[in-house]
Design a protein. Structure first.
Length: 716
């Protein structure tokens, strides 16, 4: 039996084609890594191509290692000669031989992101810049953009004009480049840019590498940017074979340079091209694939393909609409808990969302249900620096402890250095009071420093006086505005952190709705229940992640959370017109195709504090294949929430009935028990939504009256 017998018809075409230029359109879960590996095996085993003449470029080191392992199993003796690596590793190899042509020493070092951050910390200290003042991420982006645009340090100063902020950034850029030269160091961007320039200006060196590799294979071709594409084209030249594998429907990284037109227009540069489509999916059930197919068909700029699978299942895709974001999160958590009770490991279940701020309600619901979880590639909501900083400002009105003081005095930057803080701390220790108490009782400094401290204490004291009169949400808004935190992130144009701050406002409003008489102390106590948690150790845990972070992963059960208009599709992307909308659709397509057997799509009603308007479900629901999707929960014709801008911030929400829920047996005043919230009493029933009052800290919840986690208590 041949090793190729297990391949399907299209996979065999992709492995056995003799065309010089081949484009494989590989749908999600279609076995592209297997096909690419077996293509290399055939070239060596049957066509006699020397292993050293084959180069395979992958998108990640993980993918490269996986391909190497497969090759070793198939060709134990010959596989070592094949060059398999990321394009950055390939560039290192090229520059080790030919760096002198670019004036770079041969023993240059490659610095990673941590090394870059260390250089920036040096620069920040030299120029007295607070790390919180300008995020490392934004500064690295500034440096990378300058390099890509061939903007020298001198030109950066010219472009800065009279702007203090731009001059400061140019200083950091100059320091960064100088330190690189002193260390003979290249960062990841440099590797690509230097090789691109080398091939463009030294035809002799470019031709040498063209002769070195006769076959070039590129995985995840839809994710490459234009610099990478120029390098690949240079290596291919006019005589080498070029074999690219990718899926235009999974192009979701345009924000970091990927361009879907590179794979779509491949045949315009390389002629003639043979295009082979892999559309048999080995991962998901047909219901899931039907949902994905129906969605992505609405994109016009794509190559048509229809994914199919032999994995049949009675499990339809579930679309659940809930009355509030809290209920939506609890539905996800309770479903995970039930599936785990039935024997499914937590690690086989993942929750995906469009933006990081959406993890807030999910984390609270998972903690309430005692479900172990990790935020994959991210930080828990209440642990994010902008949230901790804002909450510390609130703490200054209650406990004004030293930890809260140190955080709040530092952001936004006030020019209070470590020596000044240590002096305040020393006096506080001597007197047995907090550092803030010292500032209220005496003046330790003169001039600018004392003026800044006086301004700070006056601000805190004014909030403390208003604390009893203002609703908690109004107080939080005041803190964000007067402290300068909101403006700080607006100046940095840090949309992620601004979204998180808006989400915190939503958190406060939800708390006020459940506990109208609660104090600031009680809110901070509630937060402490969720915020001060250590990371879950390795083991069985549910994973939370953005859809972007989920690319390349797969899970038995996937929940896609928060599918509201303006969230997915994202409000900012919609401003880009059809191009932005099509990328958002691709993003949801990627999320759907991460699921193997079970897929849950959830959305909720109520107010979106990020968008500043009532939520409506995503337009993408109208594009899904309906036979394989079960729509549950609130009807579309509900009365949208009405928000009254009064001192009490009254909120009235009227909901309609369920689409497919069984009739509820609950009535007003019934006593109930809930798997997570404990005992409660039904306040009212509207359609299939029960408004139930639970004991502290849960308060009033709107819950699907027919939900399996809710039980009516018998009266004896």
């Amino acid at each position: 039996m041949s090793r190729y017998d297990s391949l399907n018809k299209n996979q065999k075409e992709a492995v056995f084609s003799n065309a010089a230029y081949i484009r494989v359109i590989a749908g999600a879960g279609s076995g592209k890594t297997r096909v690419l590996t077996m293509r290399i095996v055939r070239l060596i085993e049957e066509l006699g191509v020397a292993p050293a003449a084959i180069m395979a470029i992958t998108f990640t080191n993980k993918a490269a290692n996986e391909m190497k392992e497969r090759l070793v199993k198939m060709l134990p003796q010959q596989s070592a000669g094949v060059h398999i690596s990321t394009i950055h590793s390939l560039c290192v190899r090229i520059l080790r031989e030919d760096s002198m042509a670019e004036g770079i020493v041969r023993n240059f070092i490659v610095i990673d992101t941590d090394d870059q951050k260390s250089i920036l910390r040096e620069a920040y200290k030299t120029f007295e810049i607070d790390l919180k003042e300008y995020s490392v991420r934004s500064m690295l982006a500034y440096i990378a953009n300058n390099k890509a645009a061939h903007i020298s340090e001198a030109r950066a100063f010219e472009l800065a004009g009279g702007s203090d902020q731009e001059i400061m950034k140019a200083n950091v850029y100059q320091h960064y480049v100088r330190r690189q030269k002193e260390m003979s160091a290249l960062d990841f961007d440099d590797l690509l840019l230097v090789v691109d320039h080398l091939f463009a200006t030294r035809s002799d060196i470019c031709e040498k590498w063209q002769r070195r590799f006769n076959v070039i294979c590129v995985d995840e071709f839809q994710d490459i940017d234009h610099v990478q594409y120029r390098i690949i084209k240079a290596l291919a030249g006019s005589t080498n074979q070029l074999y690219v594998v990718g899926d235009p429907d999974q192009t979701i990284y345009t924000w970091r340079g990927a361009d879907v037109s590179i794979i779509m227009d491949f045949e315009k540069t390389f002629k003639p091209v043979e295009t082979i489509v892999l559309n048999q999916n080995y991962r998901s059930t047909q219901h899931i694939l039907n949902t994905a197919n129906a969605l992505i068909e609405h994109n016009e700029y794509r190559m048509k393909k229809e994914l199919f699978s032999t994995n049949d299942s009675d499990h339809k895709v579930t679309h659940m609409s809930l009355a509030s974001e809290g209920d939506e999160a609890d539905y996800v958590a309770s479903t995970i808990k039930e599936l785990h009770r039935q024997g499914k490991p937590y690690k086989d279940m993942a929750i995906l969302y469009r933006s990081n701020y959406q993890s807030r309600e999910l984390e609270k619901a998972l903690i309430n249900r005692q479900i172990p979880y990790i935020v994959f590639g991210g930080i828990r909501f209440y642990d994010r620096s902008e949230i901790k900083d804002t909450l510390c400002y609130l703490r200054m009105m209650t406990s004004h402890d030293d930890l809260a003081f140190r955080r709040t005095i530092a952001i936004p930057k006030r020019g209070i250095g470590d020596k000044s803080l240590e002096r305040i701390f020393s006096v506080a220790q001597e007197q047995g009071v907090t550092m803030y108490d010292v500032l209220l009782q005496q003046s330790l400094f003169t001039g600018r420093i004392q003026a800044q401290l006086d301004q700070y204490t006056s601000m805190i004291e004014s909030w403390r006086q208003k604390q009893e009169q203002l609703p908690l949400e109004r107080l939080l808004q005041l803190v964000m505005d007067e402290s300068g935190i909101r403006k700080h992130y607006e100046d940095l144009k840090d949309e992620d952190r601004l979204e998180n701050l808006q989400s915190l406002i939503g958190d406060v409003l939800s708390f006020m709705e459940s506990y109208p008489e609660a104090t600031l102390d009680e809110y901070l106590q509630m937060v402490s229940l969720y915020g001060e948690r250590s990371e879950v150790a390795k083991g069985d845990f549910t994973q939370l992640m953005t859809i972007h972070a989920s690319k390349g992963l797969e899970f038995d059960t996937v929940f896609i959370f928060g599918l509201s208009e303006g969230v997915l599709p994202n409000e900012n992307s919609l401003r880009e017109g059809k191009k932005g909308l099509e990328e958002e659709r691709r993003l949801l397509y990627v999320a759907i195709t991460r699921a193997e057997r079970n897929l849950y799509l959830t959305e909720s009603q109520g107010m979106s504090f990020i968008l500043g308007r009532p939520k409506v479900k995503s337009r993408f629901f109208a594009e899904l294949e309906n036979e394989g999707v079960e729509h549950l929960g609130i009807r579309d014709d509900f009365v949208k929430p009405t928000f009254y801008a009064t001192d009490a911030e009254a909120i009235e929400v009227k909901m309609g009935s369920s689409l497919k829920a069984r009739p509820s047996k609950l009535r007003a005043n019934d006593k109930v028990s809930h798997d997570a919230y404990g005992d409660g009493i039904v306040l009212s029933i509207s359609g299939d939504i029960a408004q139930i009052a639970f004991a502290f800290p849960h308060g009033i919840k709107n819950i699907l009256a027919t939900h399996q986690s809710l039980h009516k208590k018998e009266v004896h």
